[in-house]
Design a protein around this ligand. Structure first.
Ligand SMILES: Nc1ncnc2c1ncn2[C@@H]1O[C@H](COP(=O)(O)OP(=O)(O)O)[C@@H](O)[C@H]1O
Ligand SMILES: [Mg+2]
Length: 269
């Protein structure tokens, strides 16, 4: 499994201000993203829903720096990233972002382990180390025995787990998933969602597009889009209360004090 992320700082991981993305020219010109303001905190698990064509994939591609011809502002970890050179963007992508696509996008002529090791090439890791790391992550996904299979020899669920392993091999802080279970049956979908849920618990920020309302139960925040805009947003979850941090007695409410006194009496009796 990837390392647990370092202690989260309070700064948001992603800030979008009046984000717009225009496609086409002349008559066919239109905004696929039409004024989005969005702040995403570290460690959120966001599900994005909305009808086909509302701009979900376009938004994910922008967040993943695959598309930087935008209007408005995009700050990633407090740094404006849209105007960086494509080389700088590719570098940031290789260090910080993992992609999981609906269509898996494994390279058919490469074995499972070679596919998973691929992102490490862009990081400049030596071949031996690449294969070692790929092998380690495949074992955590219980795919160790299939390292030298070719993609066509895998089931849909296995293929998507390989794709997730590939997205995670460089331990990215942010995981972007575009309908990651779109091609899977419900059993395989839930296995994938459990994997994502596990990554969320380890502190990764996850942004997932899905068509399936049932899968939003795994998310900490649900955003719906309509015509390139945010339609509804359940908002960032409130900061978690530390259960180990007990309130001092004088801060307890009257009813809590009564309950505590009752307990004391009961334990004496
Ligand atoms: N490369 C492109 N060129 C022109 N129009 C595009 C391109 N990509 C997406 N669009 C348009 O942008 C809109 C949003 O598309 P998309 O983000 O794929 O929606 P979704 O993922 O929500 O189904 C659609 O109207 C689509 O036709
Ligand atoms: Mg899409």
């Amino acid at each position: 499994m990837p390392k647990t992320q370092t202690a989260p700082s309070s700064a948001p991981v992603i800030v979008l201000k009046d984000l717009r993305k225009r496609f086409g020219i002349g008559e066919s010109e239109h905004y696929a993203i039409d004024g989005i303001d969005l702040t995403i905190e570290k460690g959120e698990f966001i599900a994005i829903m909305g009808p086909s064509g509302c701009g979900k994939t376009t938004l994910l591609n922008i967040l993943g720096l695959l598309d930087s011809k935008i209007e408005g502002e995009y700050d990633l970890e407090e740094r404006p990233v849209a105007s960086l050179s494509s080389r700088r963007q590719a570098h940031i992508r290789s260090q910080q972002i993992g992609f999981i696509f609906q269509s898996f996008n494994l390279i058919t002529r490469l074995s499972v382990i070679e596919n998973v090791a691929l992102p490490l090439i862009y990081k400049g890791v030596s071949q031996t180390t690449r294969l070692k790391q790929a092998s380690a992550i495949l074992h955590t996904f219980h795919l160790g025995e299939r390292e030298y299979y070719m993609p066509y020899q895998l089931s849909g669920g296995q293929t998507q787990r390989v794709a997730i392993a590939r997205a995670l091999v460089n331990d990215p802080a942010i995981i972007l998933a575009d309908e990651p279970t779109g091609n899977l049956d419900s059993h395989a979908s839930h296995i994938i969602m459990e994997e994502l849920s596990d990554l969320h618990k380890r502190g990764h920020t996850i942004i997932m597009v899905t068509h399936n309302p049932r899968l939003t139960t795994y998310a900490s925040r649900v955003i719906t889009m309509l015509d390139g805009k945010i339609d509804t947003d359940t908002g960032a979850p409130k900061k978690k209360i530390d259960p180990n941090k007990k309130k001092p007695l004088n801060k307890l409410s009257k009813s809590s004090k009564k309950r505590l006194n009752r307990k004391k009496k009961a334990s004496k009796a």
